[in-house]
Ligand binder design. Structure first.
Ligand code: GLA
Length: 396
């Protein structure tokens, strides 16, 4: 079993690697965290509430301005791909560039918004976020790039705007119709806090993550999830279909999450397909769960928070249908463990991770029992990360 405690960053001389690869310039260092969402899943794209926190796993970058109109990018996680060179202007998505499309998409969106970079950049990335685990490695590299360009070229954009621009890169350049949660959490995270974000208004506040004698444990199913190839975009279309049907009765509504549960019950018969009905029901019940959960946490009622996490998982399994048997196995095993306050799948689904709140004294047993049970049930090996929270993207 693979147990990783939060490491404090690159345990090698990244600056030496930068010099080796690019020569010359003295680079500046930046970090962007990953994120874990505690509750409020698949509500961001429906104008609902989410409650994520930034985690101490993430991506580091060394960056230096270079003369001319070329970007050079290299990731030490994909070293075999070498240095990617790209022109500064009129960038287009190019599958041959692989991972580099994420940062390049951000440069393109900045240009589209009137921030054409006046010079090139040399960028070296290294991260310890497990890739494809649903902990927002793509949002991390997007926001990191936006933050680097903003700070090195004095673009004067705040963290919220950088998140919005990074989301636009994911939507338009990468082609995943994600909501704002990931980029927002990565950009605006605050250590020891989670963010309650109203995704319709982009209004937010921080709630202290007062877990008392509990720890946040992320369990990776090691079933790689891929948002682009998963059914993420299809789920969004089904929600849109539900909204279009409801609008025939309520022409004024903009987002599904504007409806209370009672409003929804009054109009739900207008929804034409059973899939769309389930997707909409998830968004609406999940939004209510998120708000109740935050109130419970702030009232010191962790037990209710945990119950709501379970409700969230069940709704994602039965109504939104984005869990897979491996995620269900992890959640069910966790619910049966002593010392577990709550557990649920987190992120987009179709693989990736669960998040659990576990009494510190029970963490070791949790890892052993859930790990063994998971292997017995699925033949796979889970990874466990006892996580700390982190501040959002910035210079280090
Ligand atoms: C992915 C997306 C987010 C959000 C979650 C589900 O992480 O990028 O915008 O929709 O799935 O809550």
């Amino acid at each position: 079993m693979d147990i990783k405690k939060i490491p404090g960053g690159p345990n090698f001389d990244m600056a030496a690697r930068f010099r080796e690869i690019y020569g010359g310039e003295k680079p500046e260092a930046f970090f962007a965290p990953g994120r874990v969402n505690l509750i409020g899943e698949h509500t961001d794209h429906e104008g609902g509430h989410v409650f994520p926190c930034a985690i101490a796993f993430g991506i580091w970058a060394l960056a230096a301005v270079r003369p001319g109109k070329t970007l050079r990018l290299c990731s030490l996680n994909f070293e075999e791909k070498g240095v990617v060179e790209a022109p500064l202007h009129a960038l287009e998505h190019d599958p041959a560039r692989g991972w580099a499309n994420y940062p390049l998409g951000v440069i393109r969106v900045l240009e589209d918004h009137g921030h054409a970079l006046p010079a090139g950049l040399d960028l070296l990335f290294w991260g310890n976020l497990p890739e494809g685990a649903g902990l927002s490695s793509s949002a991390a590299i997007e926001v990191l790039t936006a933050r680097i360009a903003n700070d090195l070229f004095g673009l004067g954009r705040d963290g919220v705007k950088l998140a919005v621009l990074s989301q636009e890169a994911e939507n338009k350049f990468i082609g995943v119709q994600c909501g704002i949660m990931d980029q927002f959490a990565v950009s605006m995270g605050k250590k020891d806090h989670a963010i309650l974000l109203d995704c319709a208004k982009l209004e937010y506040r921080y709630a202290p993550l007062a877990l008392g004698d509990c720890k946040l444990v992320i369990t990776n199913s090691n079933v790689p999830h891929s948002l682009a190839s998963s059914e993420y975009n299809l789920r969004r279309q089904q929600c849109e279909a539900a909204l279009a049907d409801i609008r025939r009765l309520r022409p004024g509504i903009k987002n599904l999450c504007e409806l209370s549960r009672e409003d929804f019950d009054a109009v739900k018969d207008a929804i034409k397909t059973p899939e769309a009905l389930r997707r909409a029901r998830h968004a609406i019940t999940e939004d209510a769960r998120a708000l109740r959960a935050v109130a419970a946490l702030e009232g010191g009622d962790l037990a209710t928070f945990g119950e709501l996490m379970k409700g969230s998982h069940l709704s994602l399994r039965d109504d939104y249908q984005v869990t897979v048997p491996e995620l269900d196995a992890l959640a069910e095993l966790a619910w049966g463990q002593p010392g577990v306050v709550g557990s649920r799948m987190t992120g987009g689904g179709f693989g990736g991770c669960t998040v659990s709140i576990v009494k510190e004294a029970a963490v070791e047993d949790f890892i052993r029992e859930v790990g063994e049970g998971y292997t017995k049930r699925t033949g796979r090996t889970a990874s466990f990360y006892v996580t700390e929270t982190s501040d959002g993207a910035g210079r280090v």
